[in-house]
Design a binder for this molecule. Structure first.
Ligand code: OGA
Ligand code: ZN
Length: 377
C-alpha cells in the first residue's frame, strides 16, 4: 500500500513522515491539530474546533502508528488525542502538492477549432438524460471554455431545465433570461441590430458572471453571425511573443463602467485586462470596447497602456484566433464569459426575425458541479 506510513520523527514544530513508497512529508503541528478529524461537524462539515483556543506552541507530546496504520498524536495541551487516517494525510500532504509541477486545466484554442466545431457540440437530450452527458458539457466549459448544445427546445425559457442540471442561474438587472432582440431605446447595444465587436459581458462588475448561455430561439434574419475567441490563448501568445505588452496588461488596472439610462445605480470597477491565478495561470480577461470607461491610470503610462489595449484588442479580432459560426434555433451557445470574447455581425431586422435568450451562471457552480459529479462517479 503506497499510502502506508513507514517512519515518523519530530523535527522542530513539525512531524516528519517517511512513506512506504519512499516519499517524505512534513506536517506542521498547528496544521495537524487544526485538521484533527474530530474538528468538523459531520453535516455542515464546518470546523467546530477553534485553533485560537490552543497556544501557538502546541506540539505532539507522544506520537505513534497504531496496528491499523493510523497516526496517533497526544497533544501537549487540551487533553486531546488525534487519530489520522494515512490516506487522508497523503492526499492532503502539502509537501508533495507543492513539489508537483502545476498543470493547467485550460486547453487553449485558436482558429483551427473552426475545422472541428463538432468537437465542442453536445446534444441537449444527452445532458438531460445522463450524468455522463452533463459531465461532458461541464468538461467542455471548464477546459475549452466553449460548448454548443444542439437540438434544445425553442420555447421561451426552455433552456432552464438543462441549465438547472448544473445549478441555479445568476440574476442581474437585465433579468433572467435577458432578451437579445432588436428593441427601440435599448439599454444595451446587444438589444439592437448592430454588430457587436468581440467582448465579454458586464466587465464593470467586481465579479462578472463566470459563464454565459445564449439560447437561440429564432435566427431567420439576414446577418447576425456569431464569433468567439479564446482570450487565454491570445494572452498566452502575448506572454510568449510580446512580453512588454503582456506585463502592461497584467499590471495596469483599467476602468469599466455601466450607467445606462434605466439605472439608478452607477456601477464601475478597476481591473487589469488579464489577471492571473496563484499558480500564474490565466484567471480572467476583461475586455469590452463598449463599456471601458475614461481610463485614469498615471499620465506617464497612458500611452503604453493604450497601445497595449490596442494590440490586445486587434489580436482578439484576428482571424488567426477567432472562430465564426451561425447559431441555429435550438442551439445554446455556452461559454466562459471571463475567458472567451464573443461577438456578432449586424443583422437586417426587416429580413426576418432574431431572438436569443441569455442566462448567466457563476464559475463556482460550473467547477463545483463538475468536482461533485466526478467524485461520485
Ligand atoms: C449579448 C451578446 C450576441 C448575439 O447579448 O451579450 O453578445 O449574438 N449577444 O446577439
Ligand atoms: Zn455579449
Amino acid at each position: 500500500m503506497t499510502t502506508a506510513i513507514y517512519k515518523i520523527s519530530k523535527n522542530g514544530s513539525s512531524l516528519n513522515i517517511e512513506w512506504k513508497d519512499g516519499e517524505k512529508s512534513s506536517f506542521n503541528f498547528l496544521w495537524l491539530r487544526d485538521n484533527c478529524p474530530t474538528a468538523h461537524d459531520k453535516d455542515s462539515r464546518h470546523r467546530m474546533f477553534n485553533i485560537l483556543n490552543v497556544s501557538e506552541n502546541i506540539e505532539a507530546k507522544e506520537f505513534k502508528i497504531d496496528k491499523d496504520g493510523k497516526l496517533i498524536i497526544k497533544w501537549s495541551e487540551g487533553e486531546h488525542t488525534s487519530f489520522y487516517d494515512p490516506s487522508w494525510l497523503r492526499n492532503n500532504c502539502y509537501t508533495l502538492k507543492n513539489k508537483k509541477k502545476y498543470s493547467s486545466p485550460y486547453e487553449l484554442w485558436d482558429n483551427s477549432l473552426q475545422n472541428n466545431l463538432k468537437s465542442i457540440t453536445i446534444e441537449h437530450k444527452e445532458i438531460i438524460n445522463s450524468d455522463d452527458g452533463l459531465i461532458k458539457w461541464l468538461e467542455l466549459l471548464h477546459h475549452k471554455g466553449i460548448a454548443i448544445v444542439k437540438n434544445s427546445p425553442v420555447d421561451k425559457k426552455s433552456a432552464l431545465p438543462v441549465l438547472n442540471r448544473i445549478s441555479h442561474t445568476r440574476e442581474t438587472f437585465f433579468k433572467t433570461p435577458f432578451e437579445v432582440i432588436n428593441i427601440p431605446q435599448p439599454n444595451n447595444s446587444a438589444y439592437t441590430a448592430h454588430a457587436l465587436r468581440n467582448h465579454m459581458d458586464l466587465p464593470w462588475f467586481e465579479n462578472p458572471p463566470g459563464y454565459q448561455f445564449l439560447h437561440c430561439l429564432i435566427n431567420s434574419a439576414k446577418g447576425g453571425d456569431s464569433s468567439a475567441v479564446d482570450g487565454f490563448a491570445v494572452a498566452d501568445y502575448l506572454k510568449k511573443n510580446e512580453k512588454e505588452i503582456f506585463e502592461t496588461l497584467i499590471n495596469v488596472h483599467l476602468k469599466f463602467r455601466d450607467k445606462d439610462y434605466t439605472q439608478v445605480v452607477h456601477r464601475s470597477f478597476h481591473a487589469p485586462a488579464i489577471s492571473l491565478t496563484k499558480d500564474g495561470d490565466y484567471n480572467d480577461i476583461r475586455f469590452s470596447v463598449a463599456t471601458m470607461d475614461a481610463l485614469d491610470c498615471k499620465p506617464e503610462i497612458m500611452d503604453k497602456v493604450y497601445k497595449a489595449h490596442h494590440r490586445f484588442g486587434n489580436l482578439l479580432h484576428d482571424d488567426k484566433f477567432q472562430i465564426k459560426f451561425r447559431l441555429e434555433p435550438g442551439d445554446i451557445f455556452s461559454f466562459n464569459n471571463r475567458r472567451l470574447l464573443h461577438g456578432r455581425t449586424s443583422f437586417d431586422p426587416n429580413s426576418g426575425e432574431r431572438h436569443l435568450q441569455g442566462y448567466y451562471m457563476d464559475r463556482d457552480e460550473i467547477i463545483g458541479r463538475l468536482n461533485f459529479l466526478k467524485k461520485n462517479k
